[in-house]
Design a binder for this molecule. Sequence first.
Ligand SMILES: [Zn+2]
Length: 285
Amino acid sequence: MREIQFKGLNPFAGSPKEHPMRRTMFRPTPAISEFRSRRRSFQFHAFWLLISLLAVVGAGQGRAQSVSPETRPLRVLVVTGGHSHDASFYQLFEDQPDIRAVVEPHPTAFTKNLIRDFDVIALYDMVQESQVPEVQRTKLKAFAEAGKGLLIVHHALVSYQEWEWYWKELVGGRYLLENRDGLTKSAYEHDFAMTVTPSSKHPVTEGMQPFRIVDETYEQMQILPSVQVLLRTDAKGSNDPVAWVSPYTPSRVLVLQLGHDRQAHENHQYRTVFRRALLWAGGRL
Ligand SMILES: [Zn+2]
């Protein structure tokens, strides 16, 4: 986390179209935009192909088969906003035919039909309660309660400091912006080289060896003892757990503290963990 960027540079102020940060904070990368338009084009062709097939099948005695939820690509909603980040983040969703990602930054992130349209939500936003209308937060909660998957990434650990359902039930921890409840506020450090070690048996870390990564650390985070730690580090300057499974039971929730910038996004083992985390949250692993 570079800094709390709401003060003096609130990405929610004024018209999103005119905001100077829109280009970096609210726009999907060209690759994603192109991906979306390719998807629209594909959907257009697929629609007419389907109509043609139905006509042929209707003339015969066959039956059209729809794509089952298990065989279609995992539908991921990627939520950003409230914190700048390297465009390399979006590479984590590219070139994987079994994953179809849509980027939706705040303030429109939770305005669509989440339960119908997505299998997993990946949160890479950093927002507080006052910045996301309650009606939208309710949709996020309903998504989780419906048993859908969630991946909480890096600065999303700073979100919703006062929303107990989010940090306590869903995530199982938070980055503390202030001293509170007898706890010292959390801290961060950039460009920190560390060794990360799998710490419990889980499909996401199956067969993985300890690996090196340069990333931003968080320390003095509040992490509930009930979480299942998946990755940990001995590095001084970081909390011991750097990835965990939340005890939240209605859905699968995986938390990945790692992932600040390009150095993490392009790390081979990080990419493996990230991909597996998406698939596991979506019930595919
Ligand atoms: Zn960061």
